[in-house]
Design a protein around this ligand. Sequence first.
Ligand SMILES: [Zn+2]
Length: 477
Amino acid sequence: MKFEAVIGLEVHAELSTASKIFCACATKYGAEANTQTCPVCLGLPGTLPVLNEKAVEYCIRAGLALNCRIADFSKLDRKNYFYPDLPKAYQISQYDLPLCRDGFLTLASGKRIGITRIHIEEDAGKLMHSPEGEGFSLVDYNRAGVPLIEIVTAPDLATPEEAVEFLEKLRRILIYLGISDCKMEEGSLRCDANISLKPAGAETLGTKTELKNINSFKALGRALAYEIERQAELLAEGKTVKQETRKWEEAKQRTLSLRSKEDTQDYRYFPDPDLVPVELDQAYVAAIAASLPELPEAKKRRLIEEYKLPEYDADLLTGSRHLADFFEAVLKDYCNPKAASNFIMGELFRLMGEEGLAPEALALNPAHLADILRRIDQGELSVSQGKKVFEKAFRTGASPAEIIAAEGLRQISDEASLRTVVTQVLAAHPQSVNDYLNGKTKVAQFLTGQVMRETKGQANPQLIKELLEEELAKLRP
Ligand SMILES: [Zn+2]
């Protein structure tokens, strides 16, 4: 029997607010354990939470970018469970009245993936377990109370590839919005996946499993592919799939049963009596909508139309808002978009890769790249010299003019002085000239090399070629 997969994602993104969601503690990643805590986020008796308005605003930004309806009335609820990473023994989240619902995100194929809801909630602390057998665990509450949004999709995804594309597109949007840095390796973007199989064409859904511990895009694709195969085998043998939570084991490239799946009733949700409901007026939401930046898909379309870039280039350049801004800043002083795009995708990407530099950390002055590209176009620098100057500008921040002066990197395009060198070289190598005139045109390469040597590599190669041909023609008997 042929099966179809039905996949939904639950994505958690840590919001990049300066302080936590219900207290004034800092949210900086990587601080010494338990240094960013206070009685509120430690859940001490008698403390009261105060909602961080920024967290609400950021959630609305995400909702608007993902075509959601924004609730004018929303509330916060307690989700109860006992675990040492949760100091209050409940997590403040949203249950039946989330801030955003009924949105969608469109894949490259044009398929719309429904966004069921987006809500705000607080993160839990982090447990560190002792090595096997030593029997203790440590807890760091720096993360407890860091604001999160949870984005829940409809079960509209049909393949691991669609799921990965969705997550990549979503990540790009959240970063463009400036509301999360979405670093999967630091846990600021986390993704759980629900997956079930049903016979091809069937209406009713099969039993789903929930996959956790997915720490990269690659892991998401592989975990889903593994789970599709596992469930298909069970069903083909006439067995049933158990509703459970399974853990992706990266080292063994498999999923493993973790626990039977909780129902929402297990969490005994109820409205948090310490927090007032969130009531939003339309003007407030409209002001946030007006402040949204150009989103990745729109930017990509515009780069294609405005600069006649191929889709491939536009896609790579809009991979980061900073990079796209950098590209457009270069074009303020330089008028060949495709040449700028090629240089960025080639040289800039290479150097950023070598340095492990994210586009946000790029300190290069776009006017410097424009300057280098103009000098290459005008023949003042050869392409390889241009790359050399660019690398120096990238590493030191110095201007191309400074670098060219310091390195003596000017390309000799002055015809008269180059012609003198060419005639000198021809006079010094009569044998080669003879060979050339007798049809061994390959020695032109040797002669070019000699001219390059005389000019310390600074001669314009195209001009050398032309002058050599002219001067050799004069020597023909
Ligand atoms: Zn605190």
